[in-house]
Each structure stands twice: as structure tokens, then as C-alpha cells.
Design a protein around this ligand. Structure first.
Ligand SMILES: [Zn+2]
Length: 469
């Protein structure tokens, strides 16, 4: 008799399929890493035909697709809450960051993943992007360390080999890559870690941090590389007013239009932020099927603005997800919080074009999956990967608001709700706690590595000492 796994009697299963199907008092059955059935009364129907080797009782709980974090800089967990950066906008904030960037090491990369992606998992996330920039010239193989740490945690991972190709107002020479170095490193990473198969646990991509600050040569090489190896391209786009003014002054167009002229829009591409958009930009993103990763908490922290989510969706953008962004500008990696803030920020800034709670959950699940170029995660239906979040709404914190499960998740939800997280069929969070690693050991490790990093950078930037008392 074949062996399956059962999640039984969920108050609700919210599938996020194309019909937005929801099932009340329902079960989900999966085998290995694949969902085989979702719906009511499955346990009785299947019990005579198979054996369940693991049963998770979801009474009092909501079952959703695991969340997809579409934009991150994991190592920044080690330099969050830094006094000297507080109150700054993006560009002056970056100037501080680049002093610290000079000191990145594989240890920092590992520690950053444990803090950031550990937090992601504990907040219901099952897949995460990481845009890694910059790469100090003197240090190699930072991304190997982060990919190995992500595998240790058991999260599905989409690391992006990013770069800087020239010195600018904020970019320092110590982190400027040559085209040859970028392509050689990206080639090695793709050949070593990239898996394009269905249910892949690691897909490597490439992309500029901010394309219009880079050389034409490296952008051309990026496009050729992405086509040759059939990988995704990801970076930042239209994040700040400064970027918009820079592009206007230098090229006479908006950042999105500049990307269009350089062949940087399309199904292979997805970009973080997309805050500074006019109506034509929105049309260009929709018509080209370019993906978007909105990062509302980071946009608020850096006073950048608000991505017009509803207007993008109304224009036909379906590849639209949520990203927690680097913790140096978001100060956490909490997907539950990102959903709630995205809902509220769009209420505040685009009150005449409101998002529903279901729109936001779409971004955190199916929309984010599509942004990353995946059709095997983000939805609970047979044939999809068993990436599942089980959320407990039977707590006093949510009492009085337990009517519509999606409204409760997005409008009242928080990380205390997260009970169980399953990635690729494996339980990686149980009772809100990571199963694969010792959280206390990782906490001490991250704090030690982070303090070491700050001490080193403070030798050049004494203002960092304010946090080292
Ligand atoms: Zn970012």
C-alpha cells in the first residue's frame, strides 16, 4: 500500500489557484514533494486505498501556499537597526552601506542567511530570492556560502549574481566588478548550483543592482548570459526619486523606458520596488509581462514612496509579488508583516484604487511565484510542490475577526500565527520553531559575526561605534 502524508480537517484551505478556490473543513494529501489532492472529505475517501505515514491535524488552522519572498539581501540582517543610517534616504544610506560592504566575507553570508531566511521560514515563507551585491574585489565565493546555508535551512532559494561595473556617487572602487569576473563567477554558480527542473530547490539568476548606473558592456553580457543559460534577470527598478531624476537628466526618459530601450523588460525579468512609475511605465511593464516585487516596508523606511499595486494589477501585471528587501532597510524578514503593511500602504497612498486582502495574499503566493518564473509553487493543487503554510487563527489575538480567512491573515495576521511550514514535502517549521537547525546556536553565531563585521567597518567609519557600546 502506498504511503502518503495528510493535513486533515483544516478550517480553511486557501488554494490561490486561478479560480481562487477555498475549501472549508478540508484535507490536503501529498506524496514526497508533490501535492496529490486538495478538498473536503479526502481522509475518508483515501483511507482504504493508502497509508498515511504522517498526519498533521489542522483543526483551528488555515492552510495556504507557502509564501514567496521575491526580493531580499540576506546578509543585511547583520547591519540592521544601525543608528548612523536611521533617518536617511536611499542614496546617503547607501554611502554608509558601501563602507560596510568592503568587509563582506563568506561568514557574513552564512550568518545573514540564518537570520534572514530563518525569519522568512518562521513567518510562513517557503521560497526566497536573494539579490547579492556587491562583491568586494578581494573576496570570492560569497554566494556559495549563502547557497549552502539556505540548503541547510531547507528553504527553496533563488540567488541572483548581481554586480557593480563602475564607480559612482555611492559605489566605491573596492566593489567594482569587471565583466569577465562577473560572467566567470555567474557561469560557475549556474553550473554548480542551478537546477531548472520542476520542484528545483535552487535556481541561480543574474542582474544589475541598478541597471542605468552600469556599463553598456556588462548589461549586454548579462542579457547574453541569461539567454545562453536560460536563467532569470533580477534587479532594482524605479525605486527612488533620485534614480528617476538621474535617468531623466542623463537619458531624458523614465527608468522603465530606459530599461525598455536596453531590452531589459520581458518574461525573463522581474524587478524590485517599481515605485516611481507613470501611466506609460505601468503599461510598458504590463505589455512586456515583466515581473514586479513590491517591498513596502523598505520603501517606507527609506521614504521612497509606494508601488501602485492595484494600478499594476488593473493594467494586467500578473507576475507581481512581495519582497521583504534587505533588513538594512526593512529591519526584518517577516512575510506576514510585509503583507499587512502592503495592504495598509496601498490604502494610504492609493485609496481610490484599493487592494483587497486577497490581492495581497496573491502577491505573497502565486503572484510571487510567477514573478520568479515558476509554475510549480505558490498554489495548492495536485501536481504542485508541497510548499505549505499552516496558520493558527484559534488564538485570542485573532478572536472576534475569524470570518474570512484571507482577511484575517492579511489584515490582522502576524508571525504568531505561523504554526507549521512545509517545503518540498518536508516540515521545516513545527510549532513556530525551525526543525533543521538549533535556533539558539544560530542566534549566538549571527550576533557574533555581526558584531565582528561592525567592529571591522567602524575602524574606517567611527560613527558605527554608536552601536558597539
Ligand atoms: Zn533591494
Amino acid at each position: 500500500m502506498e504511503t502518503y502524508r495528510l493535513i486533515r480537517n483544516a478550517d480553511w484551505i486557501v488554494t490561490m489557484d486561478e479560480h481562487r478556490s477555498r475549501y472549508r473543513h478540508a484535507d490536503l494529501i501529498y506524496k514526497g514533494n508533490e501535492i496529490v489532492a486538495v478538498g473536503p472529505h479526502l481522509e475518508e475517501a483515501w483511507r482504504g486505498r493508502c497509508r498515511f505515514d504522517e498526519v498533521c491535524d489542522a483543526t483551528g488552522k488555515i492552510v495556504t501556499p507557502g509564501f514567496v519572498n521575491a526580493h531580499h539581501h540576506t546578509w543585511q540582517a547583520l547591519i540592521r537597526n544601525i543608528k548612523v543610517t536611521q533617518g536617511l534616504k536611499l542614496e546617503p544610506w547607501l554611502k554608509v552601506m558601501y563602507e560596510v560592504y568592503k568587509d563582506l566575507t563568506p561568514e557574513v553570508a552564512r550568518a545573514g542567511v540564518f537570520a534572514s531566511l530563518g525569519d522568512c521560514l518562521k513567518t510562513g515563507c517557503t521560497t526566497s530570492n536573494d539579490l547579492w551585491y556587491p562583491h568586494p574585489v578581494k573576496t570570492a565565493r560569497l554566494m556559495d556560502a549563502e547557497i549552502q546555508a539556505a540548503a541547510e535551512l531547507g528553504i527553496r532559494f533563488h540567488p541572483i549574481r548581481s554586480y557593480h561595473s563602475q564607480v559612482s556617487d555611492v559605489v566605491v572602487p573596492e566593489v567594482v566588478d569587471t565583466t569577465e569576473r562577473v560572467i566567470a563567477d555567474a557561469t560557475r554558480l549556474v553550473k554548480t548550483y542551478h537546477d531548472s527542473r520542476r520542484f528545483s530547490m535552487c535556481r541561480v539568476g543574474i542582474g544589475p543592482s541598478i541597471a542605468q548606473y552600469d556599463t553598456e558592456e556588462i548589461l549586454q553580457a548579462t542579457l547574453e548570459f541569461a539567454e545562453k543559460y536560460d536563467v532569470m534577470v533580477h534587479g532594482h527598478l524605479a525605486e527612488s526619486r533620485y534614480e528617476w531624476e538621474y535617468t531623466q537628466a542623463r537619458y531624458g526618459c523614465t527608468p522603465v523606458e530606459w530599461f525598455r530601450r536596453h531590452g531589459l523588460l520581458g518574461e525573463r525579468f522581474y524587478y524590485a520596488h517599481c515605485v516611481q512609475l507613470d501611466e506609460r511605465d505601468i503599461r510598458l511593464l504590463a505589455d512586456s509581462h515583466t515581473g514586479v516585487a513590491s517591498c513596502p516596508i523598505s520603501n517606507m523606511y527609506l521614504s521612497s514612496g509606494a508601488c501602485p499595486v492595484r494600478a499594476l494589477m488593473d493594467a494586467g501585471v500578473r507576475r507581481i509579488g512581495l519582497g521583504v528587501d534587505g533588513p538594512a532597510s526593512s529591519n526584518s524578514s517577516n512575510m506576514m508583516e510585509e503583507m499587512r503593511v502592503c495592504y495598509l500602504l496601498n490604502r494610504l497612498c492609493y485609496g481610490d484604487k484599493p487592494c483587497s486582502a486577497e490581492d495581497i495574499l496573491y502577491m505573497a503566493t502565486a503572484g510571487g511565484a510567477r514573478a520568479l518564473g515558476r509554475d510549480d509553487i505558490g498554489v495548492l493543487r495536485p501536481g504542485m510542490a508541497a510548499d505549505i503554510a499552516i496558520l493558527d487563527w484559534s488564538k485570542l489575538s485573532y478572536a472576534g475577526g475569524c470570518y474570512d480567512p484571507v482577511d484575517c491573515i492579511v489584515m490582522s495576521g502576524d508571525a504568531r500565527m505561523v504554526d507549521t511550514v512545509i517545503v518540498n514535502g518536508e516540515i521545516v517549521v513545527r510549532g513556530g520553531v525551525l526543525t533543521r537547525v538549533d535556533e539558539e546556536e544560530k542566534r549566538q553565531y549571527v550576533n557574533a559575526v555581526g558584531r565582528g563585521l561592525l567592529c571591522k567597518s567602524a575602524q574606517r567609519l567611527p560613527a558605527l561605534r554608536a552601536d558597539l557600546q
